[in-house]
Design a protein around this ligand. Structure first.
Ligand code: 0GY
Length: 291
């Protein structure tokens, strides 16, 4: 299988400068495959996107820290993510994907390696199965560690997923806002359902990322900003943001990371909102020891 590259080698320098201490709270590392082979169940086979490449991008974009999210191509083998965290010298923490049969001792090892959450992925194009009862068991077991749950799902299954989400005892971060149809606009059915979820569950947070995936218009992502800025304004203490570098599965529409950062002053138009989105909120979840 040939390997795919889904990120730009020469992202622009953003015009907007993030505040000092800003966290890019959704990135991945791929491989290097020679050290950390991809899962036999992987649905895509990317080129290596190494920690050093990630840190160069972090500095180029003006960010201070990263949250490395275990990507589906590495399955439940978190070694690439852990190696990235270890190499970051304290400037990265992580989200793991685990085999529900994981032992408490192994969870402790992940914690020592900088993991602060588990991710449950419901996208059929990315994973073969998503066993809700076993995920719930994991959620109950990670709660005493102070971790939270990250979920990735599409708007179509939100209604069906509500009882599952309601049963999770920790904070829940929803990746890319549960992939609403942005073409519906800020008052469309998908965002209305997602906002109702946030209204009903004070423990549910939104990652207001994924413009490059969700915006039918593309850069400068005016449709995404119009739909999502109201979410940031209305739930300022429960939002996170990330570039999503190296943009898995985006090889046909490789985004410019600088243009993604330039969305931020429009998504969060005041310094107070910017600080919450990029510093206070991610620090509370991933570096509670530092705040
Ligand atoms: C993302 C989105 C995608 C992929 C993964 O774990 C993954 O492979 O999350 C996707 O293809 O939509 O957030 O990275």
């Amino acid at each position: 299988m040939s390997r795919i590259r889904s990120w730009s080698d020469a992202p622009s320098k953003p015009r907007w400068v993030p505040p000092a201490g800003a966290v890019d709270a959704h990135v991945h590392v791929f491989g290097p495959e020679t050290d950390f082979p991809f899962s036999p169940k992987a649905k895509y086979h990317p080129e290596d996107a190494t920690p050093d490449m990630l840190f160069a991008l972090r500095d180029h974009l003006g960010f201070s820290r990263n949250v490395i999210v275990q990507a589906s191509c590495h399955g439940v083998d978190n070694r690439a993510t852990l190696a990235g965290i270890a190499r970051a010298g304290g400037k990265a923490r992580g989200v793991a994907v685990v085999d529900p049969a994981i032992s408490d001792t192994e969870l402790q090892v992940l914690h020592a390696g900088g993991i602060r959450a588990v991710r449950f992925n419901f996208l059929k194009r990315l994973v073969d199965d998503a066993p809700r009862d076993r995920f719930l068991d994991v959620a109950r077991r990670i709660a005493p560690l102070g971790w939270h749950v990250v979920v990735y799902f599409e708007a179509e299954i939100l209604d069906d997923l509500r009882p599952f989400l309601a049963a999770i005892p920790t904070i829940i971060v929803v990746d890319h806002l549960g992939r609403p149809d942005i073409a519906q606009g800020p008052d469309g059915a998908d965002l209305a359902a997602f906002r109702a979820l946030l209204d009903d569950h004070p423990n549910i947070w939104a990652k207001v990322s994924g413009a490059e995936r969700l915006s039918p218009q593309g850069p400068p992502y005016d449709d995404f900003v119009a739909a999502i800025a109201p979410v940031v304004a209305d739930f300022p203490d429960r939002v996170l943001w990330g570039t999503d570098w190296p943009h898995p599965n985006m090889e046909d529409r490789i985004p410019d990371d600088g243009a993604l950062v330039d969305i931020l002053p429009r998504l969060a138009p005041t310094q107070t909102l910017q600080r919450k989105l990029l510093i206070d909120n991610p620090m509370r979840l991933y570096w509670p020891d530092a705040v």
